[in-house]
Design a protein. Structure first.
Length: 563
């Protein structure tokens, strides 16, 4: 292949960092504390001060279903990025490690728990560790967990921790976020003298799946949940979708067909075909499903050249856009790659030279070899899996324990819970169509869109990749909107997304309206200024429900909701 230009520098570095993070980590019991909590002390501005020393939190807590052990509790002085806080580390039996950070001078009664990405295995609190959701920075207590296991050393296969350990599987599949919420709230009450006034969960990817599971199975744990790019159909995603994306781009000898340097050719052609469909050329495709793009338009008419693709490459791209299906054309996952996402296919499905991992192969293999099937039954691999209804059904018994596709959120709704779903339209890892498929089914079960939007809303971000970065917009954060909704009743009609350059300077701000509304350019002014966009209905209603062979999963019960 000829040399072709690729996105370089900071964008690729950010994407690699996010991918490595996802791979490495790829987000009410009655307690008996070691000592009785003192009465809370309040300060000007509603700040709640600690009622006891940080170090006194060390000890064992006999919580129902979540026996907790605090091993360390140390004061951490303020830095430019963190307020002064009590840093608590410990675990919930048998091995759910957690880190809880308790502000000492700025806490205002909010608790925020983060989820964990990929197969987890590490405690990682991403982004703004202490979000500013009010007048003061760092007004929330925050926590995260390793989901019940530690990732293996570099070079060893991830997922092996669950090969014969059902308890470790259960912690990762559904239990860990729940028991950590019990432990954290108990420690917050012990430290400040009162329980948190409001509890929130916010995460993306596997963490988004965890947020959905919490609403479905543990509806009283959190007042508000943000579920970003949720891996809700985790079994079919890791088992079928990842395997398909990997194998669709391999020839009979196992060699890559489309390569890293081919991706700009595809991306440029997709943008030329569809960027203008929303009425403005702005390096974004607002509705990829309306994009009738066939990669054949860049097929070489003669010899291979730097600005075209071979027939084999066109065929591979078509398969990747289409997503997995069986030999009868029946879909095995609700979605595939979207036009406009091409530059992000590496390192998810296409290798980057010099980078040793390929996520669809490595994460898919780990799931299929060690986690995807009941212990003691025949397992598979990315190379060997068959794209059949039978194989999809074989993934169900274990997958149902971790899939987050129940449509029964009645208890969460009755408790006053609020949930925000969001997804980047250019997500190469988890097809955004699956989130809309779930949301459409949820609205049908709950009296229609208007009734459902009273407690559950969805936001679709054009050009955003998996959880962040993008060819246009690069960031979306719904935490502030969620707290305003829960605490003030301000349902979010709009949340702004931004684009940042390599120096983290904001270069574009774009309103994202509650689905199905979308941002429409008013015809004047900069396309980077949100003032020049308004909320508009889609030109025609989209069919969000996808018919595929896994639709039965919405009716397959998961584990009993117990600690």
């Amino acid at each position: 292949m000829g040399a072709r230009s690729v996105k370089s520098g900071n964008t690729v570095v950010r994407r690699l960092f996010a991918a490595v993070s996802i791979l490495a980590v790829a987000f009410v019991g009655i307690g008996v504390a070691p000592a009785t909590a003192a009465a809370p002390a309040t300060h000007a501005g509603g700040v709640i001060l600690p009622a006891r020393d940080c170090s006194s939190l060390v000890g064992d807590y006999k919580l129902k279903g979540a026996k907790t052990h605090v091993t360390d509790a140390d004061v951490v002085e303020a830095t430019t990025s963190e307020p002064k806080h009590c840093n608590v580390t410990g675990y919930v039996d048998p091995a759910v490690e957690f880190n809880l950070k308790l502000p000492m001078e700025s806490y205002k009664g909010r608790y925020l728990q983060f989820g964990c990405g990929g197969l987890c295995g590490a405690i990682s609190i991403f982004g703004d560790v202490f979000p500013d959701c009010g007048p003061a920075v760092g007004d929330m207590a925050v926590a995260a967990t390793n989901d019940g296991h530690n990732a293996p050393p570099e070079g060893e296969e991830d997922g092996k921790w669950g090969e014969t350990n059902q308890a470790a599987r259960d912690d990762w599949q559904f239990r860990a976020p729940h028991v950590v919420s019990i432990a954290s709230k108990t420690l917050i009450k012990t430290y400040y003298g009162k329980a948190p006034k409001h509890s929130y969960f916010s995460s993306c990817s596997n963490g988004g799946r965890e947020g959905m599971l919490l609403a479905q199975r543990y509806p009283h744990d959190f007042d508000g949940i943000v579920a970003g790019a949720p891996a809700a159909y985790f079994g079919p995603l890791a088992g079928m979708h990842f395997s398909w994306q990997y194998k669709a781009n391999r020839d009979a000898q196992g060699k890559e067909i489309l390569t890293y340097t081919d991706l700009p050719v595809l991306y440029k052609a997709a943008m030329a075909a569809c960027d203008r469909l929303d009425g403005v050329v702005d390096n974004q495709i607002d509705e990829p499903r309306a994009c009738d793009f066939d990669p054949k338009v860049v097929q070489c008419q003669g010899a291979d050249a730097p600005d075209c693709l071979t027939k084999a490459q066109v065929d591979a791209a078509r398969k990747m856009y289409a997503g997995p299906s069986d030999k009868y054309g029946r879909r095995l996952y609700p979605g595939g790659q979207t036009p406009g996402s091409e530059l992000s296919w590496a390192p998810w499905h296409i290798e980057i030279p010099g980078v040793p991992f390929l996520i669809s192969r490595d994460l898919g293999d780990a799931y299929l070899k060690y986690l995807g099937y009941p212990i003691g039954t025949k397992h598979s691999s990315v190379e060997d899996i068959e794209f059949t209804a039978r194989e999809l059904h074989r993934l169900t018994p274990e997958g149902a324990r971790g899939n987050a596709v129940s449509l029964n959120l009645n208890a969460f709704k009755r408790a006053g819970g609020k949930i925000i779903f969001w997804h980047g339209w250019a997500d190469p890892a988890i097809p955004a169509e699956g989130t809309l498929d779930y949301y459409q089914r949820l609205t049908e079960r709950n009296g229609g869109l208007k009734a459902t939007q009273k407690w559950a809303r969805t936001f679709m971000i054009p050009s955003l990749y998996h959880c962040g970065d993008g060819s246009g917009l690069t960031e979306f954060d719904a935490t502030k909107a969620l707290t305003d909704w829960v605490e003030r009743g301000d349902a979010p009609d709009r949340i702004d997304a931004v684009a940042r350059d390599a120096d983290q300077k904001v270069t574009r701000t774009r309103p994202v309206f509650a689905y199905p509304l979308r941002a429409k350019y008013d015809g004047s002014g900069s396309v980077d200024d949100p003032a020049n966009f308004y909320a508009a209905k889609p030109a025609k209603p989209m069919r969000d429900k996808i018919h595929w062979l896994g639709e039965y999963l919405h009716h397959v019960p998961g584990p009993v909701a117990r600690p």
